[in-house]
Design a protein around this ligand. Structure first.
Ligand code: HEC
Length: 256
């Protein structure tokens, strides 16, 4: 029991770290930057310590193992081992923090990384090489699709991408990187519809490693809109801006 409080504290602290670092991305949340994790850990540890020191008895049992190791002459070996681990740990940490980094600066990240060759979403597998907007060929219903795509857009996307599709939605300046500006010739005008399909359905978390360090707030729309709605909103983006999607023949250059 005496050991348990201490052990409990260690388990709770490691558990909170694992929760912020690995569990949240696992359930589709964008990964948290380390600075945020540090801040959250500060609150988590404060809370855990408050909880475990609520009564005098629990405080005693929490510090008992520490007192035991540092106060009992018979525990010299354990004590020395712990001091050695802490010292070496500090060296390694300080070295890691101070070591010069040769990684390229953040601005050089790839904004339009190469898409994967196949895409597993909506419980299906899409071949990115041959994927195209299935609704575009249906000229008869085109206007209707664009209208419905607009509804999807103004329900879900305009908060960030703006009511004029210029990337200046209500919340746009809260985000870094900024929401894409679809009017700009540097975005959808040079992309294929399959690329948009990939980016919309998988969002920021779907970006490959080469696009990091990356904290895009672009949500994973696969969870909120259907496959057909995604193709409709894509039709709307091109129709509204007057841009033409990059034809599929240029697939090899989709990366840039
Ligand atoms: C919470 C804010 C937010 C919302 C809501 C949002 N986006 Fe985004 N979106 C972003 C940000 C930020 C980026 C730029 C970073 C990136 O590429 O991931 C982006 C990028 C994109 C891109 C990639 C453009 C390019 O040039 O590569 C597309 C396409 C896109 N969004 C479509 C949509 C659509 C369609 C919706 C609605 C269904 C939507 N977004 C809703 C924040 C948002």
């Amino acid at each position: 029991m005496r050991q348990n409080r201490f052990l409990l504290a260690v388990i709770l602290i490691l558990g909170s770290f694992a929760f912020f670092k690995w569990f949240l991305p696992l359930i589709g949340q964008p990964p948290l930057p380390m600075t945020l994790i540090r801040m959250f850990m500060f609150f988590a540890i404060s809370g855990i310590l408050l909880y475990l020191t609520a009564t005098e008895e629990s405080t005693k049992s929490l510090v008992a193992p520490i007192k035991e190791v540092f106060g009992n002459p018979a525990k010299k070996t354990v004590r020395m081992a712990i001091i050695a681990i802490l010292t070496v740990g500090t060296w390694v940490y300080a070295y890691g923090e101070l070591r010069p980094s040769f990684e390229p600066p953040v601005e050089l990240r790839s904004i339009h990384p190469a898409p994967p060759s196949s895409l597993g979403i909506y419980s299906k597998n899409f071949d990115m090489i041959t994927l195209d907007n299935p609704l575009r060929a249906d000229k008869e219903n085109y206007a209707q699709y664009v209208k419905e795509g607009g509804e999807v857009y103004y329900k879900n996307c305009f908060f960030c991408h703006g009511d004029k599709l210029d990337g200046k939605g209500h919340f746009y300046n809260a985000f870094d990187p900024l929401p894409a500006n679809f009017q700009d010739v540097g975005t959808i005008a040079q992309l294929q519809e399959s690329f948009l399909f990939w980016r919309i359905t998988t969002g920021g978390p779907g970006l490959p490693k080469e696009a990091t360090p990356w904290k895009s707030s672009m949500p994973v729309w696969e969870h909120y809109i259907s496959e057909e709605e995604t193709w409709k909103v894509i039709l709307f983006l091109y129709d509204y801006t007057g841009h033409k999607p990059r034809p599929r023949a240029g697939a090899a250059e989709a990366k840039h």
